[in-house]
Design a protein around this ligand. Structure first.
Ligand code: SF4
Length: 283
């Protein structure tokens, strides 16, 4: 662990310094929350709630709160997704224009933290080679306990297992937390959404219909959640998508024996589509 974080564990922290940890509803941040619960008893846990998360995520947060023995602060922007969609003139967010993360995740977090000196604990594992963006505010300093303590994916699974928390249920069909309409979803995950949550899939379709009706009336623009096709077109290719996904799952399972489902699914979806995940929303 870093010098700063190690000292914070041993010595009483200065009251002016806040220790905060964002929970995304994914396995890594959940495991880190459990890992830190006795190391930093004054840790403040938060979840940036876009209001469009999967039901499985909300259910998992409740389970996690029980394991942590303290509440996870739910941070909401005072304006919802529909308001910001209107502000951005009906342009659905995309990897190139990720206004959703900025307005619905980062902004509420920075307002909640204010100007206090803050250590923000980030759940990047020792076996990952990536950075986690939290905030560029000068009073917020990132700490990476898993990286510094050599905790890898196996370690994460062990922590969740030993705490009796397990994995969120959406891992049966989707590898990432985040909004039900997240544009980082792979094609097979959209089909999974249509099967598991048809109401949410229809809501995502309705957004596409609405923005495209308005955009075409104005300038002939078209916005889609997923690359190169509308969700109606995507679901029309369901069999083709799932056939390819099945092949990828079989290939992933045959690479290594006894691979847990979550890893098979992750490998298969990575084969299917290597679009980068949303770090802020899924860590
Ligand atoms: S989960 Fe996806 S849609 Fe939701 S805020 Fe993050 S990037 Fe945007």
């Amino acid at each position: 662990m870093s010098e700063t974080a190690s000292n914070a564990t041993i010595d009483a922290p200065k009251p002016a310094v806040r220790h905060v940890m964002g929970i995304s509803g994914g396995k890594d941040s959940s495991a880190l929350a459990i890992y830190m619960r006795n190391r930093i008893p004054e840790m403040e846990y938060f979840f940036c709630d876009t209001g469009s998360e999967l039901p499985e995520t909300y259910e998992y947060l409740d389970r996690l709160e029980t394991a942590l023995g303290k509440p996870i602060a739910r941070l909401n922007n005072d304006r919802d997704f529909d308001h910001w969609l209107w502000v951005y003139q009906g342009a659905l967010p995309s990897p190139q224009m990720r206004w959703c993360t900025k307005t619905l995740k980062i902004k509420p977090l920075e307002e909640w933290i204010g100007d206090a000196e803050t250590l923000s604990y980030v759940a990047i594992r020792a076996d990952e080679h990536r950075d986690g963006y939290i905030s560029h505010k000068p009073n917020i300093h990132a700490v990476y306990p898993f990286k510094e303590d050599g905790i890898d994916k196996e370690g994460v699974m062990r922590i969740l297992d030993e705490a009796g928390v397990g994995l969120p249920k959406y891992y049966d069909w989707r590898t990432r937390s985040g909004c039900y309409f997240c544009f980082f979803q792979r094609k097979a995950e959209w089909v999974g959404l249509a099967d598991r949550h048809p109401d949410l899939f229809e809501k995502a379709v309705a957004y596409e219909d609405k923005v495209n009706y308005e955009a075409q009336a104005m300038e002939g623009r078209q916005y889609t959640w997923t690359a190169k096709e509308t969700l109606r077109e995507l679901i029309g290719r369901r069999e083709e998508i799932m056939e390819k996904h099945k092949e990828s799952m079989e290939k992933a399972a045959s690479r290594r024996k006894n691979l847990p489902l979550i890893d098979v699914l992750g490998d298969a979806l990575d084969d299917d589509d290597d679009t980068a995940a949303c770090m802020v929303c899924t860590l």
